[in-house]
Write a protein that binds this ligand. Structure first.
Ligand code: DGL
Length: 279
C-alpha cells in the first residue's frame, strides 16, 4: 500500500480526459495533474523539445510531489519520450499509445481502423508500429489534425469553425470507410460530439482514457502501490500557464474536482502561451 499521489501530465487540458477516468475508477487514489499550458501545443514541436519538456515535468512531479507513478497523458509525449523517461526514472511510467491501440484493435469488427492525432504523434509512427504488432492484418488510416487542440484550449468545443476544420481533416478517414476511430490525442474526446457528427454515427470512437485507467489500476495492484481502499483521493492541479484560466476552463471540462489550480513558472523558459502554431 502506498498513499502517495499519481503524477499525470499533458501539454494542457487534454490529460484531464485521463483524470476523469481515474477519478471514476480509482477514487481512493490521489492525483497531481500538470498541464503545460504555457508551452502548448506539443504537436508541431520537434521531438527533442517534447522529450526535454517531458523530462522536466517528470523531474518536477517526482521531486516536489513524490509521485509513485507517472502517466504521460499526452499522445505526442508518449510517442517520443516514453522510453527515455522509463530509462531515467525508477517509478512505473505509463503512456497512452499502448492502451489506446489495444482498445481500438479490440473494438474494430471490419479491421479498417482510423487514428487521428497531432502532427508529432502521426509522424512518429508510434501508433502504426503498435497496431502492426497487435494485428498486422489491420488496414490503418492515420490523419494528423493540426488545429483541433487549439480549439479545445480556447474552450471552443462545439463552434461552427471547429466543425468545418474537423470535416476537412477527417476526410481521408471517412473515405477509408473505417468502423472504428481512435482519438489519438487526449484533447480530442472533448470534441467527440463534433467528430462523431462528421465521421458518422456508425463509426465507434475510442478514447484511450478508460483503457489507460484500467491499466493504471492493474499496475498499482501488481506493484503493491495502491492506496488503501478507504482513502479519499485528493486532487492537485498545476499549470505553467494562467492558473485562473486553467481553473475556469478545466472545471468546465473535467468537473467539480478541479476547484483550484496553482501556477508553476519554468525558469529561463519563456512562455509560449501567446504563440498559436497549429498543433
Ligand atoms: N494532448 C496532447 C496529445 O495527446 C496534445 C497535444 C498538443 O499539445 O499538441 O497529443
Amino acid at each position: 500500500m502506498d498513499p502517495s499521489p499519481i503524477g499525470i501530465f499533458d501539454s494542457g487540458f487534454g490529460g484531464l480526459t485521463i483524470v476523469r477516468a481515474l477519478v471514476d475508477l480509482v477514487p481512493n487514489e490521489s492525483l497531481v495533474y500538470f498541464g503545460d499550458s504555457a508551452r502548448y501545443p506539443y504537436g508541431p514541436r520537434v521531438a527533442s523539445e517534447v522529450v526535454s519538456f517531458s523530462h522536466q515535468i517528470a523531474e518536477y512531479l517526482i521531486s516536489n510531489y513524490d509521485v509513485k507513478m507517472l502517466i504521460v497523458a499526452c499522445n505526442t509525449a508518449s510517442s517520443v519520450a516514453l522510453d527515455s523517461l522509463k530509462d531515467r526514472f525508477s517509478i512505473p511510467i505509463l503512456g497512452v499509445i499502448g492502451p489506446g491501440a489495444r482498445s481500438a484493435v479490440g473494438a474494430s469488427q471490419s479491421g479498417r481502423l482510423g487514428v487521428i492525432g497531432t502532427v508529432g504523434t502521426v509522424a512518429s509512427g508510434a501508433y502504426q508500429r503498435e497496431i502492426e504488432c497487435l494485428d498486422p492484418t489491420i488496414e490503418l488510416t492515420c490523419a494528423a489534425c493540426p488545429g483541433l487542440v487549439e480549439f479545445v484550449e480556447a474552450g471552443e468545443t462545439d463552434s461552427e469553425q471547429v466543425k468545418v476544420l474537423a470535416s476537412r481533416l477527417l476526410y481521408p478517414i471517412k473515405e477509408a470507410k473505417v468502423d472504428t476511430l481512435l482519438l489519438g490525442c487526449t484533447h480530442y474526446p472533448f470534441l467527440a460530439r463534433v467528430i462523431q457528427d462528421v465521421i458518422g454515427r456508425d463509426v465507434v470512437l475510442i478514447s484511450s482514457a478508460e483503457e489507460t485507467a484500467f491499466e493504471v489500476k492493474e499496475l498499482l495492484a501488481v506493484s503493491g502501490l495502491s492506496s488503501p481502499e478507504d482513502s479519499i483521493g485528493m486532487y492537485t492541479f498545476l499549470s505553467s500557464g494562467d492558473p485562473d484560466r486553467f481553473k475556469e476552463l478545466g472545471h468546465r471540462l473535467l468537473g467539480p474536482e478541479l476547484e483550484v489550480a496553482r501556477q508553476v513558472v519554468w525558469k529561463g523558459s519563456p512562455s509560449n502561451e501567446k504563440r498559436r502554431a497549429p498543433g
